[in-house]
Design a binder for this molecule. Structure first.
Ligand code: HEC
Length: 102
């Protein structure tokens, strides 16, 4: 069975909608992260990196945004997104119990 060609773009959109489940999904940090970081690729779960690695990635992404003509993060957006990613990073300080199920 083959998929008729006109359907392929729709399938790509639907697959792209399968988002990573984010911690505290309604928090301002999660919302800013979704809005500013989900435009070019899927969202990476905050728990995949240490806080320091997130800082490096955010710096790199500022360059990617500049390269593609996307407005860079302003100081507030950067702070909100970094705080959110740091709070859920691999090395975030929190009790082991709250990590259950990750
Ligand atoms: C303008 C498009 C664009 C936006 C917006 C963007 N990224 Fe990216 N991102 C890329 C591209 C292109 C790559 C792959 C190339 C690379 O890793 O340098 C990437 C890769 C990544 C990676 C994977 C790096 C790796 O080593 O596998 C992470 C993590 C990431 N982005 C995080 C973010 C975060 C956090 C934000 C929001 C602050 C963001 N991205 C916003 C374009 C973007």
């Amino acid at each position: 069975m083959s998929i008729p060609r006109p359907w392929i773009p729709l399938l790509v959109v639907l697959l792209g909608a399968c988002e990573t489940a984010l911690p505290e999904p309604e928090s301002p940090g999660a919302q800013a992260y979704r809005t500013r970081c989900g435009g070019c690729h899927r969202l990476y779960a905050p728990g995949v990196m240490t806080a320091a690695m997130w800082d490096v990635q955010i710096d790199r992404m500022q360059l990617e945004m500049a390269r593609r003509g996307v407005a860079p993060l302003d100081a507030t957006e950067r702070a909100v997104i970094a705080a959110y990613l740091h709070a859920h990073a691999t090395d975030a300080a929190r009790p082991a119990a709250s990590r259950a199920g990750e």
